[in-house]
Each structure stands twice: as C-alpha cells, then as structure tokens.
Design a protein around this ligand. Structure first.
Ligand code: BGC
Length: 358
C-alpha cells in the first residue's frame, strides 16, 4: 500500500518479499531535516539522520538496503526484539506451575525470542499524532504458543520524532495469560556515521553502580556486582574502548562488553550518554526499565555489506538496549518481566540527540 503525505509521517512501499508480503517504509522528519525511516518488518529503524556540530547530517544506525537482507540478518540490526529480549537459560522456564520449552537458537539458550522473534514479523502500521510529535505506531498480535510462549499478546511500538531530535519509543502490551515479556530496540549506533569505522573512541557514561556478570554461556550468574574498580565502571564518561582489552574474565566471556547494567533510580530517567568527540554528536538514553544491555558489536559479521556499501566489522557500532534482566524468568531475585491479564505492559525509552560545540 502506498499512502500520501500524512503530516511528516510518510509511507511508501519498500519491497515485496519472496513470499509476497509487502514491506512498507515510513519517514519521520522534522523541520530541521533530521529524522528517521522505519519499516513494518520488525518495526525496524532503517536510518536515523542527525546533525553534527556544523549541522551536517549523518545516518548513525547500521542496516541494510533491502528488506530481504533483514529477513536473513542474525544480528538484529535496528529491530524491535520480543517476546523476550536477551537470553533465557536452557530455553526453559516455569510459570504458574507449568514448564515451558523454547527453541535454543543460541545454544544452549534462547536468544531474542527464539527462531522467529518479533524482529522477523510484519507489524501493522499507522501514522499517529502524539503529544510529542508525529509518529508511527506498529502493532502485532503474538498468538498463544508463539515460539513456545503462553498467552496471546497484543503489542505496540510507537516511534515519535520531535522538533528537537528526540526519538520517543513507547511500548504497550496486553496478554490473556501470564507470560515472560521483555522488549527492546536493537539499533546499533555509530555517531560518526554507521560504517565509518570503530566506535571505540566514542565516550560513554552509564548511570549504574552494578552490573550482571555472566557465565560461560552469557547467562547472568545471579550476582549483582559493583562496577567500581572494574572495566565496567562507566559512572564517569570514558572512551568505550579504554578498558575493553583489560585482562578480565567477564570481558573475555563476551568478547568485549555484552552485559546488563543495573540502572539506578526508578521511573523515566537519563541512564546513558554516548558521545562522538569528533563530530560533536551526542545521544542521551532515558528509560523507565531497570536494565541496559551494552553490546559493543563483538560478533558483528565483517562480511555483511551494509547500506552504505561498507561492512560493519566488530566494534564498529554499539547497541544500548533498555530492558529487563536476561534470564529473569528463571531468576526470581530479578525484577519480574512478566505480562498478565491484570499486569499490562507500558514502557518508554527515549534516544535524544544533541550536538555539542567544540
Ligand atoms: C546480545 C548479544 C548477541 C547480539 C546478537 C545482543 O543483544 O547481547 O549477545 O550476540 O544481541 O546480535
């Protein structure tokens, strides 16, 4: 379907997949020219262009030219992840006295919802006017038994783009039965422009006193460890790569950073700042969720060709995923990541862009 101009949210046909499904692309742009494109396949952010300190726009997210490339992608570029973002140990959990078995698509664990998560689904899309700005709302019905999860879940992801370059992401979901539920946005960022090289010289600050160490299969051990005195201390901004090669068992397990930070405070609050000193671009992350996964793109496929026609080698982009804690269905000491008929889900994450003077 090709629709005309609706405010600044514009829809067009992006591609017809091999199975005949039509993928649509939406553009959200503000008066300054900054903005993003998103598609209904995976509710994915395709491009996001923001200015540097001289007003020059660059696309700061990784991605591909074709929707079909996203169907093959195993790195989740730009997509919304569900029904359960991150890992569930052994692909198993118990809920309400019943045992559930999931696909172990990241052996021996389940990763990012299983074989075919929310990132591979065609969502319904509509343009909406939010109080913050023009937006696109994507909705999806995840049937009972979807990838082994119980309950029929109705989920929406709304992207709104404001006049001052804030991307406001609102998630909402309801379910007719209890189910683990954890959604996140899986864009990879390079504020110098995606495909332009390493992000190790970006500066990063994370408002977390503690983080979750993992076992050899990347499942949290259950320990909530202080960041103080470790390479995981981002309480004061430092270059992402400053300590990444330190002799540290946790960094060795992840091949770099691939860990959940336990965010201080509650409610919607600023939790991280990523800055590129060269371009002056800066991204401030706010969320009401308890965790932030820092993934330094350690396993990005150097052979994959990105939309700039350039590869995205490991550590050339970084994901900052707001979410509940990995494996919380099996770790009752973690904040409960459960949706239920009397427990609908609503959450907000904001990626706000600024450029700083020299
Ligand atoms: C996870 C990584 C995983 C990657 C897949 C990230 O969210 O933390 O462990 O390799 O997704 O692209």
């Amino acid at each position: 379907m090709i629709a005309g101009q609706i405010g600044v949210a514009r829809e067009e046909l992006f591609e017809t997949l091999e199975d005949g499904r039509e993928v649509s692309r939406w553009t959200l742009r503000n008066a300054s020219g900054a903005g993003l494109t998103v598609m209904d396949l995976g509710a994915t952010i395709l491009t996001l262009e923001v200015p540097d300190r001289d007003g020059r726009l660059a696309d700061v997210v990784t991605g591909f030219h074709r929707a079909a490339d996203y169907m093959r992608d195993t790195a989740y570029h730009g997509a919304v992840i569900g029904r359960f973002a991150n890992r569930i140990a052994g692909g198993r959990f118990a809920l309400g006295g019943r045992d559930y078995v999931l696909a172990t698509n990241n052996p021996p664990n389940t990763l990012h919802g299983g074989q075919s998560g929310f990132d591979k689904r065609l969502w319904q899309a509509e343009a909406i006017q939010t109080s913050a700005g023009e937006g696109v709302r994507f909705t999806l019905v995840s049937p009972a038994g979807d990838e082994g999860f119980p309950g029929e879940v109705h989920v929406s992801t709304t992207y709104a783009w404001t006049a001052d370059n804030h991307l406001i992401i609102d998630y909402a979901a309801t379910s007719d039965a209890p189910s683990p539920f954890n959604v996140t946005q899986h864009s990879y960022w390079n504020l110098a422009g995606a495909g332009s090289g390493s992000v190790m010289d970006h500066h990063l600050a994370i408002a977390a006193e503690t983080y979750l160490p993992v076992d050899g299969t990347m499942i949290p051990t259950g320990e909530i460890a202080p960041v103080a005195g470790t390479p995981f201390d981002f309480r004061t901004a430092k270059p992402v790569g400053r300590d990444i090669e330190a002799a540290d068992e946790q960094l060795a397990r992840g091949g770099g950073y691939d860990h959940t930070f336990v965010l201080g405070g509650e409610g919607l609050r600023e939790v991280a700042v990523l800055a590129d000193p060269q371009s002056g671009r800066r991204m401030i992350v706010s969320t009401d969720l308890p965790g932030l996964q820092l993934y330094t793109g350690n396993f990005l496929d150097p052979a994959a060709s990105g939309k700039q026609g350039r590869p995205y080698p490991p550590r050339s982009a970084i994901a900052l995923e707001t979410q509940f804690f990995p494996d919380s269905p099996n770790q009752p000491q973690f904040p409960p990541a459960v949706i239920a008929p009397d427990r609908p889900f609503a959450s907000r994450t904001i990626y706000a862009f600024e450029s700083e003077a020299v």
